[in-house]
Design a protein around this ligand. Structure first.
Ligand SMILES: Cc1cc2nc3c(=O)[nH]c(=O)nc-3n(C[C@H](O)[C@H](O)[C@H](O)COP(=O)(O)OP(=O)(O)OC[C@H]3O[C@@H](n4cnc5c(N)ncnc54)[C@H](O)[C@@H]3O)c2cc1C
Length: 806
């Protein structure tokens, strides 16, 4: 048994083995996997093996596409038989919303490169002759979907990995993981200890227990899932080709052929429950089924029989019932564990057979090269903090399971387990009609509904549209107030703070007290990791703000860039301070009535900040910046006393028409100013040059990612960000829509909104560089229709920043 390796993976299901294979592919061969039983003996062996493409996320789709391209080739690559069935897939739609969703996903299919078509009810039977279609509006047909025997692909990848030098220890349970003083990890197993640079928790249903050894709560829960297989049917034997896999939201079932019988797997929409009493299985649980609960499934199975009448005519031959891991948001946990350099998560998969190869490929890239070629934010385990552990993980996992075939419309989210993180204004804003959205656990108002109806969710503009117009115009013409307490907030203190920030970010760090700068942390290769607003409060004291969802990632990035001894100290003060955004031409007057500080331009200019007292509340960090393009202030107040500041601002603002606004309005206002958003326009897929952000780069100094930035500048951008006016009608860009030029796919949108002050539908897109300066027409596809799009060279609103500086 080895005592040292570069990587040790705990868990030999498809997630662990998929990673092992791809680490070898990426060039690391000193890699070890330990499995307590046999490979696949957890959830993997009994999966139904379906590999669909349809889903609403571009990055996840890229993983699906990779898997369905790899699996048919695996036998040739590894010499191990893999029974790939490329039978295609058909997903049914019953509502206009689902049809809109299909149209959006059809755009994604072109961007991700898989073949799909949306067909009407009359054409469905040409793809699936046996399905009942009287109530169906449309179907999404995918030609390269399929299914595969899960053990086959896992064993094939294991063989490929071994051939490339990887070592697999079966019947070797890990019993502990420890961090050594050297920074290495030690995996304690039944057969000996292995020291390693990287350790990976791929323990499937046991991931939370394994995470617990190092204090990492893993927000997953094990749900009981079944599928049944019937006796063979003559009608299926007589078919000249295999039926595509059917996904039927009316019965909430997947339905396909299996050895000439019918296989039906229901995702119950009510009453689903946790396996193993909510905990992990016992350590000796191996290649076993969980006792089935067929009676409970009858309502869904009956509906499946209505959809495929053939199913009713056959006797059930076998029932498979086992544990499947779910996370609060359906995505697996793939990436670094918070606060533990070299510890990685690869667990929480509920469609792991389909996703295991792609997850392994992109995680291996991240581990070996420091970043993956796709944006991994939505999979990063650090999107969940301690707030997501325990009961929250359980109730949201159950809701996630109930909603496997649910069509979430833009703005719509799980309701279970909320609220978990809220500002001290939660009840006040709720009473004012706040329509809350959960972001990084925080409840954040999207918009304010004065009618009491709540949001009518839709892929098109809906009842929020006019309300958001009022919010935007109030900010543009008078004054608006927003609670943005979800901002991640840090304090960096110490003599070396300036030098550390200068090394870690691309921009020049302020050298005067009160100076504010927007600065980006880059990967070694020069791609954008993070965006920080940095304020110097004192020579040895900096206040740092970043996106809510980046809180734990940025804490790690900053922490790792600091020297242990004598270096500056970092504190995460996210929950200690609440944030109010006061913006609009009247904002100065409103704030002036509540503070002694002189707010005149000469003494408190744009891009400066200071600690002031507002309405008797001390230690308010007032920054003269905002993301909406007006005269305005970010007021970071001690959370416990923020309500006092809020009440005073509302009282004093009343005579100026102060209006509460939410993130929908903020998005619209930032689009009018052409402000890029981290996570949308600015991701690890682009450099500062490609994101047209060079003015935020100080090439005169050394910083992490400088060489990559220079290279991108010398080579010229591969893609270029453009700002567009779109001739949209009843919907606006939301990101990941295809962009065309002369009928050819040339780019992708990253975000957009209707600009109410300018009366234009606006979007950002990355396009081929040759088209970035083109005056020719582009076209953006929105829900199946192409709309003319024109590049606009400067912000649609106040291009000279006169309002900000006013
Ligand atoms: C009934 C059913 C049908 C399904 N159908 C599909 C489908 O059609 N398509 C699809 O994509 N997905 C499907 N799934 C989901 C799929 O099975 C899972 O997403 C996938 O198997 C998860 O893989 P994993 O590697 O994360 O976990 P697992 O396969 O459970 O692997 C984890 C491994 O870690 C090992 N382990 C744990 N702790 C230790 C330790 N301390 N030391 C050493 N080893 C350890 C375990 O023994 C186990 O082998 C289905 C699941 C079920 C239950």
């Amino acid at each position: 048994m080895k005592s040292q390796a570069r990587v040790v993976i705990v868990g030999g299901g498809i997630m662990g083995v998929g990673l092992l294979y791809h680490l070898v592919e990426e060039g690391w061969s000193d890699v070890v996997l330990v499995e307590k039983g046999e490979l696949t003996s957890g959830s993997t062996w009994h999966a139904a093996g379906q590999c669909p493409h349809f889903n609403g996320s571009l990055n996840l789709t890229k993983m699906h596409v990779y898997g369905t391209e790899l699996y048919p080739r695996l036998e040739a690559l590894t010499g191990v038989a893999v029974s790939w069935h490329g039978c295609g897939g058909v997903r049914l739609a019953f509502s206009d919303d689902e049809v809109d969703w299909f149209k959006y996903v059809h755009g994604l299919s072109r961007l991700a490169g898989y073949e799909a078509a949306i067909v009407g009810p009359n054409e469905i039977k040409t793809h699936h002759p046996l399905v009942e279609t009287h109530d169906v509006k449309a179907a999404f047909v995918t030609f390269t979907d399929g299914h595969v025997a899960p053990a086959d692909v896992t064993n094939a990848m294991a063989a490929g990995a071994r051939r490339g030098g990887a070592t697999i220890y079966r019947r070797c349970r890990a019993t502990d993981i420890r961090r050594l003083p050297s920074g290495e990890w030690e995996v304690v197993t039944e057969r000996g200890n292995i020291r390693c640079e990287h350790v990976v928790n791929a323990a499937g249903s046991y991931a939370d227990v394994v995470g617990g050894w190092t204090g990492h709560a893993v927000p997953i829960a094990n749900l009981l899932h079944h599928y049944v297989i019937t006796e063979p049917l003559q009608e299926l034997i007589d078919l000249d080709k295999e039926l595509p896999v059917l996904r039927d939201p009316s019965s909430h079932c997947y339905i396909r052929e299996e050895t000439n019988g019918v296989l039906v797997g229901p995702y119950e929409t009510a009453g689903a429950h946790l396996c193993f009493d909510g905990g992990p299985p016992s350590w000796d649980f191996e290649s076993e089924l969980v006792p089935p609960e067929l009676e409970r499934l009858m309502p869904w199975l009956e509906k499946a029989g209505e959809r495929l009448p053939l199913f009713n005519r056959a006797g059930v031959k076998s029932v498979i019932s086992g544990a499947i891991t779910h996370t609060p948001d359906s995505n697996f946990l793939l990436g670094p564990a918070h606060g533990a350099p070299g510890y990685w998560m690869a667990n929480g998969a509920s469609i792991g057979i389909c996703q295991g190869a792609g997850a392994g490929k992109y995680l291996a890239q991240w581990m070996v090269h420091g970043q993956a070629e796709i944006n991994m934010r939505e999979f990063d385990p650090r999107r969940f903090g301690p707030w997501a552990a325990g009961d929250y993980a359980k109730v949201t996992a159950i809701e996630d399971y109930h909603h496997m075939y649910y069509c979430y419309r833009p703005g719509e989210q799980h309701a279970a387990g909320r609220p978990v993180r809220k500002s001290s204004l939660f009840d006040r804003l709720g009473a004012a009609g706040a329509q809350y959205q959960q972001v990084m656990g925080w409840e954040r108002p999207r918009w304010y509904d004065k009618s009491g109806e709540g949001e009518r969710y839709s892929f098109r503009r809906s009842n929020w549209f006019e309300a958001v117009r009022e919010e935007c115009l109030a900010v543009r013409n008078a004054v608006g107030l927003m609670d943005l307490s979800s901002f991640a907030k840090f304090e960096l203190k110490g003599n070396a703070a300036h030098a550390a920030l200068s090394r870690l970010t691309a921009n020049r760090i302020p050298s005067r007290d009160g100076g504010i700068v927007l600065a980006h942390m880059l990967t070694e290769a020069g791609f954008i990791e993070s965006e920080l607003t940095i304020t110097r409060l004192a020579p040895d004291h900096y206040f740092l703000l970043s996106a809510a969802t980046a809180e734990l990632q940025d804490e790690d990035l900053l922490q790792r860039g600091l020297t242990a001894d004598g270096g500056p100290t970092l504190a995460n003060v996210t929950e200690a301070y609440g944030t109010l955004i006061l913006a609009g031409p009247k904002s100065r007057e409103v704030l002036a009535s509540l503070t002694e500080v002189d707010l005149a331009n000469a003494s408190f200019p744009w891009l400066t900040g200071r600690i002031i007292t507002v309405a008797g509340v001390e230690d308010v960090r007032a920054l003269r910046i905002n993301y909406v393009g007006e005269l305005g202030y970010e007021l970071h107040c001690p959370m416990a006393s923020m309500a006092g500041v809020f009440d005073a601002l509302m009282r004093e603002g009343a005579r100026h028409g102060i209006t509460l606004f939410g993130t929908y309005a903020m998005n619209s206002l930032r689009m009018e100013k052409a402000y890029r958003a981290w996570g949308a326009e600015l991701t690890n897929e682009v450099t500062m040059i490609e994101g047209a952000m060079e003015r935020f780069v100080d090439l005169a100094k050394d910083f992490v990612g400088k060489a990559g930035t220079l290279k991108s500048k010398e080579d010229g951008p591969r893609i270029q960000l453009v700002y567009l006016e779109v001739a949209a009608t009843d919907s606006d860009c939301r990101g990941n829509e295809p962009v065309y030029h002369d009928g050819r796919l040339v780019g992708i949108t990253t975000g957009g909104a209707y600009g109410h002050a300018v009366g234009k539908s606006l979007a950002f897109a990355y396009v081929e560089p040759a088209l970035a300066t083109s005056t020719g027409e582009l076209a953006v596809e929105l829900y199946g229709e192409r709309h003319a799009a024109r590049i606009i060279p400067e912000p649609a609103y106040d291009p000279d920043n006169a309002r900000l500086k006013g």
